[in-house]
Design a protein around this ligand. Structure first.
Ligand code: K7E
Ligand code: CUA
Length: 768
């Protein structure tokens, strides 16, 4: 207990600050909590390393694949708090993704042979790089099930583009970027004919193919250019993971493979299954590709074309020194290039070793034309011994490797052992091992894929969680485990359940390299990153109905949303009309998002400040369809509503005026005006407080003040209307507009008070 007390004292000192060191109260409480919850000193230390107090920020931001959920998961390190799910290959209604017309256009790019594909199997995210350093601008992620790559803009964390590989029928080894994001690399997995026609399995060796695709990325536009991309054709060897060369190996890329036996299963034909035939040989092949040369050959017209995709045929690649093979040990999986670009580490799932290849030795063997032979497709095979720097025994089922900031230090996941091995690849020595829970796949160190990894933390992306969390049925959450790697020994800090898909790989970037926006330019189509042609300003809302020669009619609405109303609030159409609704969020305030959902039409939009979003549907049934805002945006959010009225053909109105549920008098009007005058006094006092302090030094407050000024401007408009109606003794409208005037005041007051509280809590100084 004495020891505990000493540790606690140190910890409390570190955590709570010197003022309370030795404070009996804090210590006593901490000890009680530890006792009640059964926590050890080690737990408390781990908690202190990860716990992030309210308002605190993380040092790193992680982008994790969502596996078969087709999404991207964003969380912070060391807190392991989930910040966002980004819809990528899968609709995400919360973000309007896959529901608004703008994002449907992104999904349309991802159609495979004309079919909508509304999910993905995301595997490997990659952040764009400048000189081998993460630049925080773009993120790429592949879909294994359908050979696609998506581009996500890290300015707003939205998916902007999908490209479909015209040649492959699956695509696992991606996305990996070259040093300056010249190319995004993806490799096929299951061999298939490049053409879409039927080719019998009996022609597997001759007609089925693998390959590695180099997607040209336009860094200015932030888009992949399929027309400038190409594939290097490869044998049907089930290409697997890839990595791009760095520094001295820039211009080259590396892709491992399994099932180079070219075995085809077929249990129902009495054949032993794939797993037997695909792991029979002792070695498979690491593919070594000179992509720079391949790009030159393609530019020189040496490529062929299929389904609109260009590729460099294998015979040309072999003859021109573009493609080489070197054996790798049993069922290899990861392939990871060292930060200095000089070494490539490959593990074999069914071997206990990791193999460290030397890039220099590869180049020497190629220069000397020292081959041990050629494969059946004429591709030169280098001798394993000529290219190996070291082979190191690590444990059972080594898969993936990540590099530390410390020279020669790496971490390799051991799937079968459920462990991480820390080892030195220069000397070939194992330094430490830690158990994880359970069956680790990938692992990730901070900025681990860049030329200068930060080390510090490691995340184990585990395949099984089993008993780690409260049970939630047969489908368990995934388990990401945070490990402190700053010391000599690895320390397991935290288990994070991920309730989404099976994340394969993740990348972590320093948080301060990301510069996300808080609002869009007004009237912005966020998916195409252009001003929307449907941008609508306050007061310019309109509805148009047009019919073509065949009598097909379209009712098109250009509307706006702002706290707390949708303009228009009544939309009248005729049965059979195509309805198009474009809504622009007029808010400029941070986080003031409005949604738009409608009964019975599968409509759900999300409009962040400045965004314009659209929906299109056919009003094929007559009826009354309420719509409303789906984000609790203000005290009168529930009142942010309206009606779509679908009138039957030939409908004629019989009543022409609304029967008010409530009639107002001059007394009501006077009472409301009195309230408004009092509210204005409160607002004035808040304004006086704010302007007498150095609020200009606080960007948050400046934003709030701008927003409040906006709302007050609108209050003025409503006040004028109210007074005009009162002048005509139209007490009904005078009262209603007076109330609207008050609504704007309330929003302004709410913002003002938030600003005042912020100033008080953040030590603003009085200037007047
Ligand atoms: Cu090992 Cu798809 Cu990178 Cu899963 S892959 S683990
Ligand atoms: Cu806008 Cu609720």
């Amino acid at each position: 207990m004495k020891n505990v007390r000493k540790t606690l004292s140190l910890l409390v000192g570190a955590v709570l600050g010197t003022a309370i060191v030795g404070g009996a109260l804090a210590q006593g409480q901490l000890e009680k909590v530890m006792k009640d919850r059964g926590l050890t000193e080690k737990d408390i230390l781990a908690a202190a390393k990860t716990y992030t107090p309210t308002g605190g920020r993380d040092e790193y931001i992680v982008f994790s694949s969502g596996g078969q959920s087709g999404q991207l998961i964003v969380y912070g390190i060391p807190s392991m708090r989930i910040l966002k799910y980004v819809g990528v290959f899968t609709p995400e209604p919360w973000q309007g993704y896959g529901f608004d017309d703008e994002s449907k256009a992104v999904f349309a790019q991802g159609k495979v042979r004309g079919k909508d594909i509304l999910y993905g199997d995301t595997h490997h995210p990659a952040i764009s790089e400048t000189n081998g350093e993460y630049n925080g601008r773009w993120l790429f992620i592949n879909d294994k099930a359908n050979p696609r790559v998506a581009v996500i803009d890290l300015h707003d964390f939205e998916t902007k583009q999908m490209v479909v590989n015209p040649l492959f029928k699956s695509q696992h080894g991606g996305a990996f970027v070259t040093e300056n994001t010249e190319y995004v690399i993806t490799a096929a997995q299951y061999a298939a004919p490049f053409e879409n026609d039927f080719v019998p399995l009996e022609e597997f060796n001759d007609k089925y193919r693998g390959g590695i695709t180099y997607w040209k990325f336009n860094n200015e536009k932030g888009r992949i250019e399929p027309e400038n991309s190409f594939t290097v054709e490869a044998p049907p060897y089930s290409q697997d993971l890839s990595d791009a060369g760095k520094g001295p190996s820039h211009g080259w890329s590396f892709t491992n493979s399994f099932c180079s036996e070219r075995y085809v299963g077929g249990i129902e034909r009495g054949r032993p299954p794939f797993e037997a035939g695909c792991s029979a040989k002792d070695t498979d092949f690491l593919h070594i590709v000179n992509w720079k040369k391949a790009a030159e050959l393609i530019a020189a017209g040496k490529g062929k074309e299929m389904n609109g995709g260009r590729f460099l045929p294998m015979d040309v690649a072999a003859k021109e020194g573009v493609l080489f093979l070197v054996p790798e040990v049993k069922s290899p999986h990861g392939v990871d290039v060292s930060p200095d670009g000089k070494f490539i580490i490959v593990s074999g799932k069914l071997d206990t070793h990791a193999t460290v290849y030397s890039f220099d030795k590869m180049m020497q063997a190629i220069a000397d034309k020292k081959y041990e032979g050629k494969d059946p497709y004429g591709i030169p095979i280098l001798n394993l011994n000529d290219t190996v720097h070291k082979q190191v025994e690590l444990g059972l089922g080594p898969l993936h490797t990540q590099y530390d900031s410390k020279e020669c230090i790496v971490y390799t996941s051991l799937y079968v052992d459920s462990m991480v091995a820390k080892w030195n690849y220069c000397e070939g020595k194992v330094l430490d091992k830690v158990s994880i829970h359970y069956n680790i796949g990938h692992l990730m160190s901070m900025e681990g894929d860049s030329v200068s990894p930060d080390g510090k933390y490691l995340v184990a992306l585990n395949k099984l969680a089993i008993d780690r969390f409260n049970p939630v049925g047969p489908l368990h959450p995934q388990n990401h485990q945070l490990i402190d790697i700053s010391g000599d020994k690895m320390e397991l800090l935290y288990d994070m359940p991920l309730p989404l898909g099976e994340p394969h790989y993740a990348v972590a970037i320093k948080a301060d390299k990301l510069k996300p926006v808080v609002r869009y330019k007004s009237g912005w189509d966020s998916r195409s990153d252009k001003r929307s042609p449907h941008k609508t300003r306050a007061g310019r809302e309109k509805v148009e109905r047009n019919c073509d020669a065949d009598g097909n009619c379209t009712t098109e609405v250009w509307g706006t949303v702002i706290r707390s109303h949708i303009t228009p609030e009544i939309i009248e159409v005729q049965q059979g009309d195509t309805v198009k609704i474009h809504l622009t969020n007029l808010e400029r305030a941070q986080d003031e998002v409005h949604g738009f959902a409608m009964y019975g039409q599968n409509v759900q939009l999300s409009m962040e400040p400045g965004k314009t979003a659209s929906t299109t549907f056919v009003a094929d049934q007559e009826g009354v369809f309420p719509y409303y805002c789906t984000e609790f945006c203000s005290a009168l959010h529930l009142e942010m509503q309206g009606y779509l009225l679908v009138q039957p053909k030939g409908y004629k109105a019989t009543k022409t005026s609304m029967v008010e549920g409530q009639a107002y008098t001059k007394t009501d009007y006077d009472k409301q005006v009195k309230t408004n005058v009092e509210t204005q006094a409160v607002i004035d006092s808040v304004v006086a407080y704010i302007t007498s302090h150095n609020y200009q030094d606080f960007p948050t407050v400046v934003g709030l003040v701008e927003d409040a000024t906006d709302q007050l401007g609108r209050a003025k408009g409503a006040k004028d209307k109210s007074e005009a109606a009162a002048g005509k003794k139209d007490w009904q409208n005078a009262m209603l507009w007076a109330n609207q005037w008050w609504q704007y005041q309330v929003k302004a007051a709410d913002l003002g008070l938030r600003a005042k509280t912020f100033l008080e809590e953040n030590g603003a100084k009085k200037i007047k």
